[in-house]
Structure formats: structure tokens, C-alpha cells
Design a protein around this ligand. Structure first.
Ligand code: SAH
Length: 291
């Protein structure tokens, strides 16, 4: 079944009929480029028994494409009016589950309603559960970081994101963009850039360029959500002073024994921004992941 991708005129008409306009505070830039929309769904390689989580359903253009391919689609939408529109649009499709909510509960947690819905509906292996979304910009970083340990069943993320976040994800050590997001994702996942996306692919166009990425979680790095959560928290904390020597930050966040182990492993006059991902993993294994 070929799903129809909404045009700018159709999206505008849908919003007009509700008497609303795109809201910048919710990052409402709707994808109107049909080829890119299909590429996003294609790169997720959705199987007919898969479960897909979409964060930010908007007017349902992408949701429609996902619903045509997946066994189940869970779509979170924060905007009350758009959630109403989605509810109407997908009322006759039982396999689309709408959650009207902020996908994040605070800065560092996924909303419980989203977690519960995904766990309840998640595809059982060998089928897959994936995130596919045009991510609202403010949500992207905390969502990706937290999905890794709060919803480990989600093992593939395909999304568009503003280009500077994509660059942070793929940044090399020693560059300005290199930080906790780069270390965490480069350690725990395989990252591919699928496409560059220009502002004209969206309505209304954002001021910045975007990128489309596909990220596959690796299962061979850390054993389970608890160590992943500890690794994410450790890297985040250790990066608070990215240009200070590691010994300053580590002496505050590690106990004496762990600090001694760190000093044994590394020259602690080095700085967080210069440590490549494999060295972060070694450091965490010797200090905060010892039991
Ligand atoms: N998927 C649509 C819309 C993308 S725009 C498309 O491809 O065109 C981003 C959407 O995310 C908007 O509908 C916005 O209201 C929604 N959104 C923004 N912040 C959110 C949050 N914290 N939780 C859930 N949805 C959010």
C-alpha cells in the first residue's frame, strides 16, 4: 500500500480547519518532501511485525507511512489540537496508538506513558522495535540518551534532526562539537548519515539545515540497561568541565579506590574533550562499572 505524503497545502488546510498555526516552541516544522519522508521510513527497514515509536506525530504524514508498514505504531504528540487531529485521522486504525503527552518527563526521563505503551506493544525478537521520527529539536538529545537505558527494546533510531546535533553525534575527539552525546552514541551504537535535509523540505522552513540519521544499538558493548545508565550518567558528569584536566572532575565524582584505578589507567592531566570513546569505555569499566 502506497501512503500519500501530505503537501504543504494539505497541512495548511488541516491546521486552518482547527484554527491553529505551527508553533515554534514545539518545533513544529512539518516534512513536506515526499522522497525524504519515504527515505526516512525506508532506512528503518520496517518489517510487517515491527513496532514503531514516533515522537511528534504532527499532522500525521509520517505516521500514515509508518502505519502502512508496521504491525503497531505508537505516536506521542504534545500539542492538544494536533493530538485531536491525529485521533480523528487514525480512529479507524486500531494498530495506531496515540499518546497525547510530552514524550519527556523532565529533562532526563522518558514519559512513563510512552515507556508503558512501548513495553506493552513492543515487537518480540526476531522482530524489531524502532524509533522513526522527525524529532522536535528540543527533545532530540535527551530522548536519544534516555531511550538507550530506559527503553532498551528500541534498538534502531531513524530520524531527522538539526544538523548541528547530527554533527555533535558524529564529532571526533578534540573538536568543539565533541561531548557526552558523541561519546555515548559512538560507544553504544553504530551511526550512519542517511541524507542531508535542507530547510525547504519542511513547512514552515526552520532556520537551520537538518540531517537524517540511522542509529543501530550495539548489544555487545555493555550488558543491559543498568550499566548503560551508569555509563551515560558518568560521561555526562565527567564532561561538565570539558576543558579542565580529568583529575579535577574525577576526584569529585569518584571514590578513592576508583580514582586510583583511573590514575592507573590514564594520564589524568588529559581533558574530557580529548579522550576518544574507547578510552571513555575503559575508564568507566575500571571505575563505575566494576561490579
Ligand atoms: N512528524 C511530523 C511532525 C514533525 S514536527 C512530520 O514529519 O511532519 C514535530 C512534532 O513534535 C510537532 O507536532 C510537535 O507538536 C511535536 N512535539 C514537540 N515536542 C514534543 C514533545 N516533547 N513530546 C511529544 N511531541 C512533541
Amino acid at each position: 500500500m502506497i501512503a500519500h505524503v501530505q503537501t504543504k497545502t494539505e497541512i495548511r488546510a488541516a491546521l486552518d480547519s482547527l484554527g491553529i498555526r505551527p508553533q515554534r516552541r514545539f518545533g513544529q516544522h512539518f516534512l513536506i518532501d515526499g522522497n525524504l519522508m519515504r527515505r526516512l521510513a525506508d532506512c528503518a527497514e520496517i518489517g510487517e511485525r515491527d513496532t514503531i515509536l514516533e515522537v511528534g506525530g504532527g499532522t500525521g504524514g509520517l505516521t500514515d507511512l509508518l502505519a502502512a508498514r508496521a504491525a503497531k505504531v505508537i505516536v506521542a504528540e504534545i500539542d492538544h489540537a494536533l493530538a485531536g487531529l491525529l485521533r480523528d485521522r487514525f480512529a479507524d486504525r486500531q494498530h495506531v496508538c496515540l499518546i497525547e503527552a510530552d514524550a519527556l518527563a523532565g529533562k532526563n526521563r522518558i514519559a512513563p506513558a510512552v515507556i508503558d505503551a512501548v513495553i506493552e506493544l513492543a515487537a518480540a525478537p526476531p522482530d524489531r522495535t524502532a524509533l522513526v521520527a522527525n524529532l522536535p529539536y528540543a527533545v532530540a538529545t535527551p530522548l536519544l540518551m534516555n531511550l538507550l537505558h530506559e527503553l532498551p527494546v528500541v534498538e534502531r533510531f531513524c530520524f531527522t534532526i538539526q544538523r548541528d546535533v547530527a554533527e555533535r553525534i558524529q564529532a571526533a575527539p578534540g573538536t568543539k562539537a565533541y561531548g557526552p552525546l558523541s561519546v555515548t552514541l559512538q560507544t553504544l551504537t553504530d551511526i550512519h548519515r542517511v541524507a542531508r535535509v535542507s530547510p525547504s523540505a519542511f513547512w514552515p522552513p526552520p532556520t537551520v539545515e537538518s540531517s537524517m540519521l540511522r542509529i543501530d544499538v550495539r548489544h555487545d558493548v555493555l550488558p543491559g540497561p543498568e550499566p548503560i545508565a551508569r555509563f551515560v550518567a558518568f560521561v555526562r558528569e565527567a564532561f561538565l568541565h570539558r576543558r579542565k584536566m580529568l583529575k579535577h572532575t574525577l576526584s569529585r565524582i569518584l571514590d578513592e579506590r576508583a580514582f586510583a584505578a583511573a590514575a592507573d589507567l590514564l594520564d589524568l592531566t588529559r581533558r574530557p574533550e580529548d579522550l576518544p570513546p574507547p578510552e571513555w569505555l575503559d575508564l568507566a569499566r575500571r571505575t563505575v562499572l566494576t561490579d
